[in-house]
Design a protein around this ligand. Structure first.
Ligand SMILES: NC(=O)c1ccc[n+]([C@@H]2O[C@H](COP(=O)([O-])OP(=O)(O)OC[C@H]3O[C@@H](n4cnc5c(N)ncnc54)[C@H](O)[C@@H]3O)[C@@H](O)[C@H]2O)c1
Ligand SMILES: O=C/C=C/C=C(\O)C(=O)O
Length: 486
């Protein structure tokens, strides 16, 4: 069984207290690793190492030298691609093709895109007139914020962690990362990459543990952490924001969503079925951008429901590396019970269960895994729990609509504002809709198609700030203005 330790100041080490916790496979609940659980002293040691690195070799590097190192990180991730795929499959139980096609390639990409950004971002200056006629010159210096606390979730652990570490390091910061207790493996493996590439010790640090009264909270409470970037549940963000208020630290949040999929009668029907199927059931529905409420224009409603039902009933449960497996388990028993509670709520509220609603019959060797059926409901009002609340599982409610105004109102009627996917061949309609839907990202005839230079983030309770391309500079750097009297 793997022994996973913290990565602090360039070295792997257990907790001062010796405390550890178990990591179990989502596929069959077998014990796969023992993880060091950080106490406050371990977290403080990591933050101190990050602070030293800022004022050491790393802080003295030119942008070009830093960029070369980050391209080196990307190349080493690519060279060890299969190791990251293996680690993430062990952590999440998700199919091999989800790792190789959706999540792990973003590791290298998330370093490259921000190395490119920081290498090419222009400096800002203004010439100003002065009463004596000799004028003055203003220019802005872009400097790193300092030590960044990175707190990441379990659903796409490597993608989401590197989406923060990439820009943080590109901008000259150092980081202390607290990955989810459910998925420690790829974040830890990245420590090996940092050492082999020659990233100075203390630049990248990893502490393992939980949230409240554990590593996560200790990290946010350490006042030598200059800013905190977090991805996870909205209620967790609230707790982190309260901690960040001490010391007036900046935050960047990517949080929950209750995303709509909207299908017009003029859509490419097969493409829309495939797109909504992916957005509802990829990663067993454990994607923040996923679709949990679908609205289909009435003329094709019945046909669409039946087509989506057929695809949902054709999934192949199995181990990540089973050749025909295309559908994995939920991350944990706790999360499986949470999603099952929503399946029960839907029943209690009178839903028509088109398909699913429970736990599939699994072969004996997998029976202990966190398996759950992809589920489709119809017939509920907009006020139903499964239509209003984020479930974060493989399920969606489908309702008919008749007008653009109606479906926009229903799409916007929730506390979140993360993403929407619209399927129509009428692009005038698509542009009209996208302008009126209150989310951070709208996909048209696509879903989860990502240009990493674009602003990415959520509105309302789905997030604070935007990350992506030059937009990440806003959070990971400070600007200093210099005014010189000529
Ligand atoms: N908007 C996005 O881009 C995005 C992406 C992925 C997941 N999510 C959201 O994340 C949630 C699922 O992920 P999760 O269950 O890991 O979320 P979570 O909020 O339970 O945990 C996320 C991370 O925060 C840590 N944490 C928990 N409480 C903390 C505290 N008080 N102080 C400091 N750290 C704390 C956890 O240990 C974990 O590392 C869903 O709501 C999903 O919508 C959003
Ligand atoms: O589950 C949520 C996925 C978030 C994806 C990103 O943050 C991204 O594509 O950069």
């Amino acid at each position: 069984m793997q022994q996973i330790n913290h990565f602090i100041d360039g070295a792997f080490s257990p907790s001062d207290s010796g405390k550890r916790f178990d990591k179990r496979s989502p596929v069959d609940n077998t014990l796969i690793a023992s993880i060091a659980e950080a106490g406050r002293t371990d977290v403080d040691r990591a933050v101190a190492a990050a602070k030293r690195a800022l004022n050491g070799e790393w802080g003295g590097l030119t942008t070009e030298q830093r960029v070369d190192l980050l391209y080196g990180v990307a190349d080493e991730i690519t060279r060890r691609f299969d190791d990251f795929v293996e680690a993430e499959m062990a952590d999440t139980g998700q199919p091999h093709h989800v790792m190789t096609h959706a999540f792990i390639p973003r590791g290298a990409a998330n370093f490259k895109v921000f190395a490119d950004v920081i290498k090419n971002v222009p400096a800002e200056s203004f010439q100003m007139a002065t009463p004596d006629g000799r004028g003055a010159l203003n220019y802005a210096l872009r400097v790193p914020k300092g030590v960044i606390g990175v707190i990441s979730p379990w659903n796409a652990p490597f993608l989401l962690m590197t989406w923060k570490v990439g820009p943080a390091l590109a901008c000259g910061n150092t980081v202390v990362v607290k990955p989810s207790e459910e998925t420690p493996l790829t974040t830890t493996l990245l420590g090996e990459v940092m050492n082999s590439v020659g990233i100075p010790k203390g630049v990248y640090n990893v502490v393992h543990g939980f949230g409240p009264d554990s590593a996560g909270e200790y990290l946010t409470q350490n006042l030598d952490v200059d800013a905190i970037t977090f991805t996870g549940e909205t209620r967790t963000g609230t707790a982190i924001m309260k901690a960040a208020a001490e010391g007036t630290r900046d935050v960047s949040f990517e949080m929950g969503g209750k995303n709509a999929g909207i299908v017009f009668a003029d859509a490419d029907f097969d493409a829309a079925v495939d797109g909504i199927f992916r957005s509802a059931f990829l990663n067993s529905g454990q994607v923040c951008l996923g679709t949990e409420k679908v609205y289909v224009e009435r003329p094709i409603f019945e046909r669409f429901v039946d087509a989506l039902k057929q695809k949902a009933e054709a999934v192949k449960y199995g181990r990540p590396t089973d050749s025909d497996s295309n559908y994995g388990p939920l991350i944990s028993r706790e999360h499986q019970n949470k999603v099952l509670s929503y399946y029960q709520k839907a029943k209690d509220e009178g839903a028509t269960i088109v398909t699913g609603g429970g736990i599939p019959d699994m072969p004996a060797e997998l029976a202990e895994g966190n398996w759950i059926e992809p589920t489709i409901w119809t017939g509920l009002p907009e006020t139903a729990s499964v239509v209003k609340e984020e479930i974060f599982g493989p399920c969606c409610h489908i309702a008919p609509f008749d007008t653009e105004e109606e479906v926009i109102a229903k799409t916007n009627d929730n506390q979140y504002g993360l993403s929407t996917t619209i399927w129509t061949t009428n692009l005038s309609c698509a542009h009209r809709m996208a302008a009126k839907i209150d989310v951070g990202v709208t996909w048209v005839n696509s879903w989860f198609l990502r240009d990493l230079r674009t602003p990415f983030g959520g509105a309302n309770q789905s997030g604070i700030g935007r990350e992506g391309g030059v937009h990440s500079l806003e959070f990971y750097t400070e600007m200093r203005n210099v005014c010189i009297k000529l």
